[in-house]
Design a protein. Structure first.
Lengths: 458, 323
C-alpha cells in the first residue's frame, strides 16, 4: 500500500547515513599516548592553603552497603581536614562504571578522580590512551613509593608508553581498604566435623572429604552467571603455584607463560574437587549471589569469595570466619589481593593537586581506621586493630596484616588481558560439564594471553 | 534511552509525511502559487523537527558505527584500519558463528511458536465468545507489560535448582529430570527460548484475536453453509483474514529474536560455556567488557541490515498477498 514511498524513505535514510559516515570520516581515537604520559614539570602542591577553593568530582563504585558507608565517612573526614575542598561524589555499579569510563574521561567535563580497574581491561587501556594522569610527582611529594608495599604498588604502575604493567610510573593509587579472595567457613559446621581452621592444603582437602562424608556441602558456590569459578580457581593457583611467577605472568614479564603459574594444577585440582562432589550439587545452575546467600543461611562448610561480599545481616558475622587457602608447600599463604579500588586522576583534571590530596587521604591511616569502623578489611596499615566484638572482621584484619607485612599478595590473573576473565569462565564451564579437557582450558588461556601481549607491541 | 527516542521519533515521523502529503491541497485556507512545490516544502517543514532529532540520535550514530566497523579500536587509543576483517569474523570466529545459529534457534521460540499458539487461541475463540475471555487475554498479555529485567528474574527463579519447575517435576515423580536448567549445556538454550515464547505469546494472541473480530461474520456463515468444519474454516476464513496482523507479528517477533539480549545477559551471560550466546551478547562483550569496538560495530551493522531485510521481506510478502 505504501511501497513506493517507503522505498524512497529508505533510500533517503541510506543517503543520510552515508553522509553522516563521511562527515565523521576521521580516524577514531586519540593520538599516541607517550608524550602525554610524562610525569609533568613543576612542584606538586601538597599544602591545602595553596590549592584554593576547589570542588572535586569523584566517580566511584562504592554504591551501597559498607562500601558506601566507608566512602561517605572518608569524604566527610577529608572535607573536615581540607575545608576549602568539596567532594562531589557520583556512584555507579562496577560494570557500568568500567563500561562508561573511556567516554567519561574523553568528555570535556571528565570527573577529576575515577575508579579505573587495575589491569589491561580498564586502567592499562586508559593509560595507553593518555587519559590518566601520571602521578609520579605526587608519589614523590607524599612518599607513596616508600609507604606502600611493593606488591600493592606494582598493581598501580605502568610504564609511560603504556606497554608494560607492574613497573614504571604510578597512574593510580590504592585506598586503605582491601579486596581479596579468601575462604569463608561456617564455625559451627567446622566444629561439627571435628576440624580446626586448616593450616595446610592437605588439611583443607581432608576437611572437604570429612564434610562430604558427614553429608555437609563442602564448598558452596554457584556459577550460572559465570561469576563463581575464579574465586576458587585463583585461590588454588596461589596455593599451588609460585607467587613471583604468578605476578610475572600477569605483568607479562620475564617470559612466564600461564603454564608456569600453577594455573594448570589449579584447573585439574578444581576438576578433581568437582568430580568428588566437593562443590555444591547445583553449582552450574545457581547464580553466584544466590550461592553466597545460601552459605550465609548455613548450607555448607566453605565458601570462596571476595572479602566483604557475604550478604550478612546484623549479628550474623559471629557465625563465620575467614582464612586464605594455605599453600601446598607450607609457605605463607598467598592471596589474590588489591586495594578495594584504584583511584586515578583524569589527565584533564584542573584540580590535580586537590585530587592527589584526596588520594593520599583515602590511602591514609584514618581511612584504614574508618574501614575497620565500618566493618571492612583495611589495607596498607597493618597496625590498625580490629574491634573485639566481630570475630569475622578480626580474621579479615589479620589476613590483611599478613599480606601487608609479608608482601604475599598477587594481582588478579584476569588483569593480564582484557578477555581472560571471559575465556577462563567459559572454558571452565565446558570443562566441568565434561565438554572439554583440562589441557584445553589451559591452552585457551595461554592463547588469549599470547595474543594480547603481541598487541602491546613490546 | 536511545532506542526509546528512536522509536518515538520514527513513529511521529512516519504519519507526518502521509498527513502532509494528503491534507495540504484539500485545505481551503491555503492559497498556493506553485502548489506542488509548496506542498513538498510544507511537508519537509512538518517533518523537520522529527527528522533533525532522528538524524542526531539515530542516523549520525549509525553512520559512526558503520565507520568504526572498518577499524580495530579498543575505545581509547588510536584506531587502526581493519578493512573487512571485522566482518569476516562472522565466518572465522567460532563464538560468533555459534551465536548466529542460536539466533535461528531463538526465531523458533520467539517467533514461530508464539505465532502458532496465538493462531490456535484465535481459532478457538473466533467461532464463539468464551466466557471470561477478556480475563484470560489480559493474563496471557501480562508478560508484554513486564520489563525484560523482571521477566529474566522470574525465569531465573523458575529454573533454579530448588525452583518451582523442579518442585513440580519431583512432585509428579519425574525427579530424575530435575536439574539446574540454566547451568545445563543442553537445556539452557531451550529454557531461555521458552521464556521468550511465554513473553511473545500474549502479543500474538491479542493481535490475532482482535483480527478475527474484524473478519465479517458472513464469511463464517458462508463457510459453514458450504459444510466447512473448524479446520477448513480456519484455513479458508480466519488465516487469510489475519494476514495484516500476521505481518505485524512476524516483523515484531523476528526482530525480537534477532535482538535477544536482556534475558540472556541477565541470566546466563551466554553460558554455560557459550551455549546460550547470541550476537547481541557478543556485541555487548566486545563493545564494553573486552574492548574491541570495531568488531562490536560490525556485528551491529550486520544485525541492523538483517533486521531491515527481514522487515522489508515481511512487508513485501503481506503486500503481495493483498493484491
Amino acid at each position: 500500500m505504501v511501497s513506493s514511498r517507503r522505498t524512497r524513505r529508505i533510500t533517503g535514510g541510506a543517503v543520510a547515513l552515508a553522509a553522516a559516515g563521511l562527515l565523521a570520516a576521521c580516524v577514531p581515537g586519540t593520538s599516541g599516548a607517550s608524550s602525554a604520559n610524562s610525569a609533568g614539570k613543576g612542584a606538586a602542591v601538597t599544602d591545602p592553603a595553596a590549592m584554593g577553593t576547589v570542588t572535586l568530582n569523584v566517580l566511584d563504585t562504592f554504591s551501597g552497603g559498607t562500601d558506601n558507608a566507608w566512602m561517605t565517612a572518608v569524604v566527610k573526614a577529608f572535607e573536615k581536614q581540607y575545608p576549602d575542598i568539596t567532594v562531589k561524589r557520583t556512584s555507579m555499579a562496577w560494570g557500568d562504571a568500567m563500561a562508561a569510563l573511556p567516554l567519561k574521561l574523553k568528555s570535556p567535563n571528565a570527573p577529576d578522580i575515577v575508579p579505573a580497574n587495575n589491569g589491561w581491561q580498564s586502567m592499562g587501556t586508559l593509560v595507553r590512551g593518555g587519559l590518566l594522569l601520571n602521578l609520579d610527582r605526587y608519589a614523590k611529594a607524599y612518599g607513596w613509593k616508600q609507604s606502600i608495599p611493593q606488591s600493592i604498588l606494582s598493581e598501580h604502575e605502568f610504564t609511560a608508553d603504556g606497554k608494560q604493567m607492574g613497573t614504571g610510573s604510578m597512574f593510580g593509587a590504592p585506598v586503605a581498604r582491601a579486596s581479596l579472595i579468601e575462604v569463608y567457613y561456617n564455625r559451627s559446621l567446622l566444629k561439627k566435623i571435628g576440624a580446626r581452621v586448616p593450616a595446610t592444603l592437605a588439611e583443607f582437602q581432608a576437611d572437604l572429604a570429612k564434610a562430604k562424608s558427614a553429608g555437609i556441602t563442602p564448598i558452596v558456590a554457584g556459577n550460572s552467571d559465570q561469576n563463581g569459578v575464579t574465586q576458587t580457581l585463583y585461590s588454588l593457583m596461589n596455593a599451588l603455584g609460585e607467587q613471583s611467577r604468578i605476578s610475572d605472568f600477569v605483568y607479562s614479564r620475564n617470559d612466564v607463560a600461564i603454564t608456569g603459574t600453577g594455573f594448570p594444577k589449579a584447573v585439574s585440582t578444581f576438576k578433581q574437587w568437582f568430580d568428588k562432589g566437593y562443590l555444591a550439587k547445583d553449582f552450574a545452575g545457581v547464580a553466584s549471589a544466590d550461592a553466597a546467600q545460601s552459605f550465609v543461611n548455613g548450607r555448607g562448610l566453605f565458601h570462596f569469595d571476595y572479602s566483604g561480599s557475604l550478604p550478612l545481616k546484623a549479628g550474623q558475622s559471629k557465625d563465620f570466619g575467614s582464612f586464605v587457602l594455605p599453600r601446598a608447600d607450607g609457605g605463607k599463604p598467598v592471596a589474590t589481593a588489591s586495594s578495594a579500588a584504584n583511584f586515578s586522576i583524569s589527565s584533564k583534571s584542573r584540580h590535580a593537586d586537590a585530587a592527589a590530596a584526596f588520594l593520599n587521604f583515602a590511602a591514609g591511616q584514618q581511612a584504614a581506621e574508618l574501614a575497620v569502623e565500618n566493618g571492612t578489611m583495611p589495607l596498607l596499615h597493618p597496625d590498625v586493630k580490629a574491634p573485639s566484638a566481630d570475630p569475622l572482621l578480626a580474621d579479615d584484619v589479620a589476613i590483611a596484616q599478613g599480606i601487608s607485612t609479608n608482601g604475599t599478595s598477587v594481582p588478579y590473573l584476569d588483569w593480564a588481558t582484557p578477555t581472560l576473565y571471559t575465556t577462563v569462565n567459559t572454558t571452565m564451564q565446558s570443562l566441568l560439564a565434561g565438554k572439554t579437557s583440562e589441557q584445553a582450558v589451559v591452552a585457551a588461556a595461554d592463547r588469549d594471553a599470547r595474543a594480547y601481549v603481541k598487541t602491546l607491541g613490546k | 534511552m536511545a532506542t526509546v527516542k528512536d522509536r518515538s521519533s520514527s513513529r511521529t515521523a512516519l504519519p507526518d509525511t502521509g498527513a502532509a502529503d494528503r491534507d495540504a491541497p484539500s485545505r481551503p485556507g491555503i492559497r498556493l502559487r506553485s502548489p506542488r512545490r509548496r506542498r513538498r516544502l510544507l511537508g519537509l517543514a512538518y517533518l523537520a523537527p522529527a527528522l533533525l532529532i532522528y538524524a542526531y540520535v539515530v542516523l549520525l550514530p549509525a553512520g559512526q558505527g558503520l565507520q568504526l566497523s572498518f577499524y580495530h579500536w579498543d575505545g581509547v587509543t588510536s584506531a587502526s584500519w581493519a578493512g573487512l576483517a571485522n566482518y569476516t569474523g562472522f565466518l572465522t570466529d567460532a563464538t560468533l558463528r555459534q551465536a548466529v545459529t542460536h539466533t535461528l534457534f531463538f526465531i523458533l521460540f520467539f517467533s514461530v511458536l508464539p505465532i502458532i499458539l496465538g493462531l490456535i487461541s484465535a481459532a478457538l475463540t473466533a467461532r464463539k465468545d468464551v466466557r471470561g475471555a477478556g480475563f484470560y487475554r489480559s493474563v496471557i498479555f501480562l508478560p508484554q507489560v513486564l520489563t525484560p529485567a523482571v521477566v529474566a528474574v522470574v525465569w531465573k527463579q523458575i529454573y533454579a535448582p530448588d525452583g518451582p519447575l523442579n518442585s513440580v517435576l519431583t512432585a509428579v515423580g519425574l525427579g530424575g529430570l530435575a536439574r539446574g536448567w540454566l547451568g545445563d549445556f543442553t537445556w539452557a538454550l531451550p529454557a531461555l527460548g521458552l521464556a521468550g515464547t511465554w513473553a511473545a505469546y500474549g502479543l500474538c494472541m491479542v493481535l490475532f484475536v482482535a483480527g478475527t473480530h474484524t473478519i465479517p461474520g458472513e464469511l463464517y456463515d458462508a463457510a459453514r453453509m458450504d459444510g466447512a468444519g473448524p479446520v477448513r474454516e480456519f484455513f479458508t476464513v480466519t488465516l487469510p483474514g489475519l494476514r495484516g496482523q500476521l505481518a505485524v507479528v512476524l516483523t515484531l517477533t523476528l526482530l525480537g529474536a534477532i535482538r535477544v539480549f536482556d534475558i540472556v545477559w541477565l541470566t546466563t551471560k551466554g553460558g554455560p560455556g557459550t551455549s546460550t550466546i547470541t550476537p547481541t551478547v557478543v556485541l555487548y562483550q566486545r563493545a564494553f567488557t573486552n574492548p574491541d569496538v570495531g568488531a562490536a560495530c560490525a556485528i551491529g551493522v550486520v544485525l541492523a541490515l538483517v533486521s531491515l531485510l527481514v522487515s522489508l521481506v515481511v512487508v513485501k510478502l503481506a503486500e503481495g498477498a493483498d493484491r
